[in-house]
Design a protein around this ligand. Sequence first.
Ligand SMILES: C[S@@+](CC[C@H](N)C(=O)[O-])C[C@H]1O[C@@H](n2cnc3c(N)ncnc32)[C@H](O)[C@@H]1O
Length: 210
Amino acid sequence: MKNPWRQRWKEGRIGFHLHETHPALVRYWPALGVGPGAKVLVPLCGKSLDMRWLAEQGHPVLGIELAPEAIEQFFAQRSAGVARYPQAGFDVSRQGNVELWCGDFFHLHIQQAAEVGAFYDRASLIALPPATRERYAFHLAQLVPPGAQGLLISLTHDDQEAGPPFSVSGQEIERLMTPNFRLELLENGEADDRGRCESVWALKRRGPLV
Ligand SMILES: C[S@@+](CC[C@H](N)C(=O)[O-])C[C@H]1O[C@@H](n2cnc3c(N)ncnc32)[C@H](O)[C@@H]1O
C-alpha cells in the first residue's frame, strides 16, 4: 500500500510545515554544544526551513524524506543549482551543504550515515503510528554514533486515537528513547487553540559502557 504521506504531499495537505525556523531550534541548539562542522541527520525532514538554519550554522545537513514533492519544493526556494544522483537506493539532491535523500528512512543504512555527528527531529514520532514509532527509535539509535546529540520536538493533543499528527506523550518518548539515549526535557509548551502542546527534548546517544 502506498504511504499516506505521499498522498498528503500530492494534495498539499502539509499543515505541519512552518514558514519560519522553529523557535525551539534557535533557542536550544546552541546550548547543546554540537561541534560546528558536525553533520546533522534530519529524519523525515519534509521541506523544513530548519535545515537552512542548521546549514547556516555551518552544519552539513543530511535530510531523509519520502516525498519527492517536499524535496523539490525545498530546493526551489533558492536559485542555486542542485546536483542530483542515485545512491544506495535513494534519489539524492544536493544544494550547497544540504543533501536530501528521497526514500524511506527505514532503508537508510548505517554506512550512509557514517559521517553523522548530530541529529534534529521535529515531528517525526508524531508522523508515525505506534508500532512504527518503536521501529523509528531503534533505527535512529542505530544510525547515530555514541555521544551524538540532538533535539527532538514532539507534541500531544487530546485525541489519543487520531493522527497524524499522533499524540505522543512524554512517558512514551522516555520509554522509546531511554534504552539508547540520555534525555532531558527542555520545554513543555502551553496548549494552542487546538489543544496541541509541544515538548522539546535534548538527547544524547549513549555510548558503550566502559
Ligand atoms: C509531520 S511531517 C514533519 C516534516 C518536518 N520534520 C517538519 O518539521 O516540517 C513528517 C514527514 O515525514 C515524511 N515521512 C513519513 N514517513 C517517512 C519515511 N518512512 N521515510 C521518510 N520520510 C517519511 C512525510 O512525508 C512528512 O514530510
